[in-house]
Design a protein around this ligand. Structure first.
Ligand SMILES: [Zn+2]
Length: 386
């Protein structure tokens, strides 16, 4: 999608909102190519009550700096598994009850192959978690949520006798439907979103289900393609394709992608780093408090990243990192508490330095052999008061 023409940018609010609905993206942030312009203008509010995907309103950025400590529960790559199936398994933290949180984030791969019965199982699992808002994106295994991919390959992957061209519509309708809304689920398309929470905090989140091409699964892009940075921020090594670039600091509080950035919790069991270099550079530019993802099950864990200042655009994206520090977790404590807890709020021993640090979390629940035994993450952080 291209940037709106200047005439569109000066449309009255009601026209903008109609435009958003008709282009199917639900967000005019997603239709704007200049990230810096977004920072000065408006982003989309998506109130948590009621959880209605069409009930969004444009709002202005606030100058307020009052903040509210908020608890985020993060899981990814559940592949139709549920904590309930581990009720008797005290060797894992992924067992009931998971900690109560203000927001649950699911970073994709809800299922093994995007069957409707798997989506129903995944929604049942989400319902079992005590959080008023559950922000969800698909991953490369949720193939029927990637229409282009599904129409090309869905029949083979799902072993169907006949293709079901209506499946992508039904899958999307399921995740945007009444049952999901009543469970507090907000199923998001790629782009920037803002939520207001029941605890009085608000947060902005950039989400993307895409990842570098991976064994011909869904939501792919070629490694050379840069889908996270605007064209004037793409290196000579990349081809700009972003229709929803990640905004510059300080717009976004949280980035949630299915795939990891290059060099951060992205190492496979064969020792290969398979994260995305363009995503890492975009994270450096955006500097959120938290960037969570999954996809590489072996990469489960968290790191506190300190960003370097003043790098050249063409530098390798890993050189944008000043230091990385692995978050050490007590395994026994995690199993007892049903999650790995990290406090980066002002009340903690070491608050996160907003704008110069980001907490990076790979929250894959499945092990590399598809056992749902890795722990959820709980992150306490300060969000702006509404
Ligand atoms: Zn997975």
């Amino acid at each position: 999608m291209r940037a709106p023409k200047p005439s569109q940018q000066t449309q009255p609010r009601c026209q903008r909102r109609r435009c958003i609905k008709s282009n199917g993206k639900l967000s005019w942030v997603a239709a704007t190519s200049s990230v810096r312009r977004i920072a000065r203008r408006k982003i989309i509010a998506y109130p948590t009550t009621p959880h209605t995907p069409t009930n969004f309103i444009p709002i202005t950025m606030s100058a307020s700096t009052a903040r509210i400590k908020t608890r985020i529960l993060i899981i990814s790559d559940t592949h139709s598994a549920s904590p309930l199936q581990n009720s008797e398994n005290d060797f894992t933290a992924f067992r009931p009850p998971l900690p109560k949180a203000d927001v649950l984030l699911h970073c994709g791969d809800l299922t093994m192959m995007g069957l409707m019965k798997e989506y129903k199982t995944a929604l049942k699992m989400l319902k079992s978690i005590d959080a008023p808002l559950k922000v969800v994106i698909p991953g490369n295994h949720d193939i029927s949520l990637d229409k282009d991919y599904y129409l090309r390959k869905g029949q083979d992957v799902q072993g169907l006798q006949e293709a079901d061209p209506d499946m992508p519509r039904r899958a999307r309708e399921f995740w945007r439907g009444e049952e999901a809304k009543e469970a507090g689920v907000a199923y998001l398309d790629e782009g920037s979103w803002e939520f207001t929470l029941d605890n009085g905090a608000k947060f902005t989140i950039y989400v993307s289900p895409y990842q570098p091409e991976f064994c011909d699964w869904a939501f792919p892009y070629w490694r050379i393609q840069d889908r996270y940075n605007p064209s004037d921020q793409t290196t000579r090594r990349g081809i700009p394709i972003a229709s929803n670039p990640i905004p510059d600091f300080p717009i976004i509080d949280i980035i949630m992608t299915h795939g990891p950035p290059m060099g951060i919790r992205d190492e496979t069991s064969t020792g290969e780093h398979v994260g995305c270099e363009h995503l890492l550079r975009a994270a450096w530019r955006c500097r959120p408090l938290l960037h969570c993802f999954g996809h590489i099950h072996e990469g489960w864990g968290a790191e506190r990243v300190k960003w370097k200042e003043g790098q050249e655009l063409e530098a390798q994206s890993e050189r944008n990192i000043e230091s990385k520090e692995r978050i050490e977790i007590d395994d026994e404590k995690m199993k007892a508490e049903r999650a790995a807890f990290v406090d980066i709020s002002e009340e903690s021993e070491r608050p996160l330095e907003r704008g110069s640090e980001t907490l990076m979390v790979n929250a894959s629940i499945m092990t590399s052999t598809y056992k749902p035994w890795q722990g959820p993450w709980v992150v306490d952080l300060d969000l702006e008061k509404q």
